[in-house]
Structures are given as C-alpha cells and as structure tokens.
Write a protein that binds this ligand. Structure first.
Ligand code: XMP
Length: 509
C-alpha cells in the first residue's frame, strides 16, 4: 500500500481516490502521526497544505527518515518542504501561480514522467515557490513561469525522492493520473491488483476470521452503505447475520415495504420493525431541528437495542461506516463548529458495547458502489441519492404531524418519479421536497384555497460538502409544479430552491 501524509490540503482525499482508481490501496494519515512501518508500505506521498513552509507553525517532518525506507513523492507543500529540508530555498513568489500551466520536460528516460507529453497541462495552486533546489537534486520539469515544476534526487537517501509543484491529483492536470501511476508502478513497484473483486474476496475472508461461528446484528437503512456492508457480511457468515430495519415513519412513500422486500429477496435475514407511532409521539410539538435529530437518534438506538436484546448470543455489531467518516482531518483553523449534528446514530456502538464489524471502513463512496456492483447488488440501491437519517423530519420545517408527513411523502414521490421519468435522477446528486410552514392563498376552480407550499430541492455535488443547485429545465419544473398541486391535497404552491452550499445547506434544517 501507499501512505499519504495529510498536511491539510483540500485535495488530500483526491490523491487517495486517484491512487485507488489505479487499483493500488492507500491510506491517509495525519502528517505528524508517527508511521507504523510494515512491509506492505511501498511508498509515501506528502500532500499539499494551506500553510507556507516558512510559517512558524508549519508542520514539518523528517523526510530523509522516510526515504531511507521507501520512495517519497511530495506534492506542492510536500515538495516545498522537501526542498527546504534538504537545504534548498523556498520563498514567496512575485507571481502567484493558480490554475492552468504547461509543464515541459526533456528527459525521455525519467521514470516519473514516462509517457507524458513534452508539454503537458498541469494545475497549479501555490503562492510560495522553490527558488533553489538542494544539492544532489535535479530539476526534471519546468513551466513558463517557474523553473522548478518537478525535481528529484536519487542520492539524497536510500530511495528516490520526487517533488511536484503542481497537483497531479486534480483532473485539470490532464496527465496527472499517468504521473501518479508512474510513481506507483515504476518507482514503488506496486502491483495494480487492488480491484473490487480482490477487495470482496479479502474482506469476506477477514470477516470470516473475525466473526467465526458467532453472530452479528446490524441496522439497515435502505442506503447504499448499509446494504453493501450487510451483503458482504452475509457472504461471509450467512444466516448468522441478523438485520433490523426500522420504520421511523419518516421514510419516503412506500419505501419501508419495498426496501424490506428487496432485502428479503437478497436472502438477508431481516426483521422490519414498525415504530412509526413511537417516533410521531415523541416528536409531537417539537420544532427545533437539533432537538428533532436528538430525539430521532435516541429513539432509533432504543428500538434497535430492544430488538437486538431479543436475539440471543450476539457478539458483534455490523456497521456501514465509510472512509470519509473515519479519516482524522488535519485542522488548521482549530476545531470547526457544529453546523448540524449529522451523525445522529453515531452513539450506537458505545451504547451496545459490542465489537464492530465494518467492512467498508476504508472505502470511499464510489468504491462502495463498485464493490456493490461486483457482488450483484441492484442498481436501484447503488444509484440511490443520499437520504438523511432523520428523513422527512428535517424536510418538514417546524413541528411534525403524521398528516404533514403524508403530504410530503406524496409530493416527494411525484418529484422523484418525475426526475426518473425525465432522465434527470442520475444527473443530480440529491433531490427532495421540503414542506414549508407557511400557508398562502390560491385559487382552484372557483374556490379560494389557503394551503401549504412545497419547495423542490435538487443539487449537484461530489461529496455533499459543497453543492450547487441543479439547473433543471423550466419545462420540467413547470410539470412538477402542476403534478404536485393537482395530485397532492393540501398544497397549492411549489417553489424551486436556487441556493448553493455554502452559504445555504442542502437540507433546510
Ligand atoms: P447539509 O444539509 O448539511 O447536508 O448540506 C449534507 C448532506 O448530509 C445529509 N444530512 C444528514 N444525514 N443525518 C444524516 O444521516 C442528518 O442529520 C443529516 N443532515 C443532513 C444531507 O441529506 C446531505 O446529503
């Protein structure tokens, strides 16, 4: 595997994803955490950073010690730190270089740049620049603006060291993937054998070894992660996996029934629990979003625990945790404030006091989908939009009533079905309807109406951290407005949310 040391760059996860797309396994570690060496580590990559290497507080590490063991590649800040630590000079540049640049190189023999065009578009994002490289180092590429776009040393340490001033991990570096591949294959001697099939095989064996003849209990949500995780565990231990799927009354229309049916069809041992009344009862009159989340999270744990204790001899708790949830982020601005308490069922493991089985702990979302495809999970699960744990509760502004849930379920069903029919569902990252707590006047036939408003939301995004509102066609929006108002009793107005995140968020609560 490859280790990526994170110095806080916004692109660190992109490095990891690019490497894994090349079928090489890698992990991200905080830069200052000591490396736990073992023979599977074939190379180390140093990420970029919002710091300048000349800042007093800039994180710094002993690169020579790493290069004594394996080859090292520094990207942007990583490269500058490398230059500085080995005796070169890094300084503020008078031209800040952001965006497109063209890397030029001559040496056809250079392994890192093998098969790269003599003039190749790369993506820059830096204000410091390397003024002078250390002795024992050679420049291997330049751009029009900067003399040191890429450099290396084969003599400064036992293993080769490379620095890139640009970001090979972003798609605007057109041949960046090939440069990373060269590093992995030609310099670190990685085999590109980390495929979905290999992952499934390895993971199933691991689960068998971990769990043995014991039993696992797990909550299913209908989402991609818990479904793929359950299928992997099921592959390993079959009927010793017990699944619980809770109807909190806040799911989409008919979702509980259809998803439960699909789970059974997949051969999963699953129990559906109707807890609607409990959730509605406790949410009655509660309008504060964080309060709603807390109640839903707590009730979910209670219901799950109660069901789980009825099962005997359970030793493990299965979970669909994925990599972005576990990467320890390197924060440069101190602890960030809680905008929304998203991980509302995060308390489950502590409460249950069981050992965890988390087959997806090291996968990114797109990898979970690829693995799901590999084990034959239906596209209906794999292509689903994300859906928040508290469900429609945070899409009904203000207090929740079963009538409002019903109204929103109907409107949501029209909208989602409409997106599918228009071929737009897969073009947006997430979509849903929001029920506003305002009533307004309308006219239907000769009647004056005084009814609710529904807002339609659809966003494009990569990871939900930032998002843009989806530019859906006017004709489609017009049709949705008509269909919803005609079909859903109690709604006489439809609006479209045209806010991006930031400054808005995807959900309204
Ligand atoms: P926001 O609204 O913060 O949403 O822009 C980003 C993503 O997170 C989802 N979300 C939640 N997921 N529990 C969840 O499991 C929550 O409480 C929660 N709140 C928001 C949201 O649907 C979007 O995908």
């Amino acid at each position: 595997k490859i280790l990526i040391l994170d110095f806080g760059s916004q692109y660190t996860q992109l490095i990891a994803r690019s490497i894994r797309e090349l079928n090489v396994y890698c992990e991200i570690k905080p830069c200052l955490q000591p490396i736990a060496w073992d023979e599977t580590i074939k190379g180390v990559i140093l990420s970029g950073s919002p710091f300048s290497v000349n800042d007093e507080k800039a994180p710094n590490i002993d690169i020579a010690a790493i290069a004594a063991k394996v080859p090292v590649l520094g990207i942007c800040y990583g490269a500058q730190m490398m230059a500085k630590n080995f005796g070169g000079e890094v300084a503020k540049s008078n031209i800040r270089e952001y965006g497109r640049a063209f890397m030029e190189h001559q040496d056809r023999e250079e392994k890192l740049l093998y098969d790269i065009s003599p003039k190749s578009q790369v993506w820059m994002s830096h204000s410091d620049t390397i003024k002078r490289i250390p002795e024992n180092f050679d420049i291997i590429a330049t751009t029009e603006n900067i003399p040191v776009a890429a450099f290396k040393s084969t003599t400064a340490a036992a293993n080769p060291i490379f620095g890139l001033q640009f970001h090979p991990e972003v798609t605007h570096s057109l041949e960046g993937k090939q440069i990373l591949r060269n590093f992995l294959v030609h310099i670190c001697n990685c085999q590109q054998d980390w495929t979905p099939a290999a992952f499934v095989h390895e993971t199933v064996e691991k689960i068998k070894a971990q769990v043995g003849e014991k039993r696992v209990v797990m909550a299913l949500s209908g989402g991609v992660d818990s479904t793929v995780a359950a299928e992997l565990i099921h592959k390993a231990i079959g009927k010793n996996l017990f699944c619980i799927f809770v109807d909190n009354g806040l799911l989409r229309k008919d979702e509980f029934e259809t998803v439960l049916e699909s789970y059974k069809h997949m051969g999963l041992n699953v129990k559906g629990v109707d807890a609607k009344a409990l959730f509605y009862g406790q949410l009655n009159g509660v309008s504060d979003p964080e309060q709603k989340r807390k109640i839903i999270g707590r009730l979910f744990i209670e219901v799950f625990q109660q069901e789980a204790t009825q099962l005997t001899d359970i030793s493990f708790l299965g979970q669909g945790t994925i990599y972005p949830d576990v990467i320890e982020s390197v924060s440069v601005n101190g602890p960030s404030v809680t905008i929304k308490s998203h991980h509302n069922v995060g308390g489950l493991p502590e409460k249950m006091n069981m050992q965890l089985v988390e087959p997806l702990r090291f996968l990114f979302k797109d990898e979970v989908r690829r693995v799901g495809r590999e084990i034959g999970i239906s596209e209906i699960f794999l292509g689903r939009h994300p859906f928040p744990g508290p469900g429609l509760a945070i899409r009904i502004l203000g207090a929740i009533t079963p009538e409002k849930v019903h109204m929103l379920q109907e409107a949501d069903a029209v909208y989602i079905e409409g997106l599918r029919e228009a071929g737009l569902y897969d073009k947006v990252w997430q979509a849903g309807t929001i029920l506003l707590p305002v009533q307004s006047v309308g006219v239907m036939g000769d009647e004056r109406t005084y009814e609710f408003t529904v807002a339609l939301r659809a966003v494009t995004s990569v990871d939900g951290m930032t998002a843009d509102w989806a530019h859906l066609p006017y004709e489609f929006l017009a049709k949705m407005s008509n269909d919803i108002i005609n079909k859903v009793k109690g709604i006489n107005r439809v609006v479209y949310d045209i806010s991006s995140k930031p400054p808005a968020t995807i959900e309204w609560e």
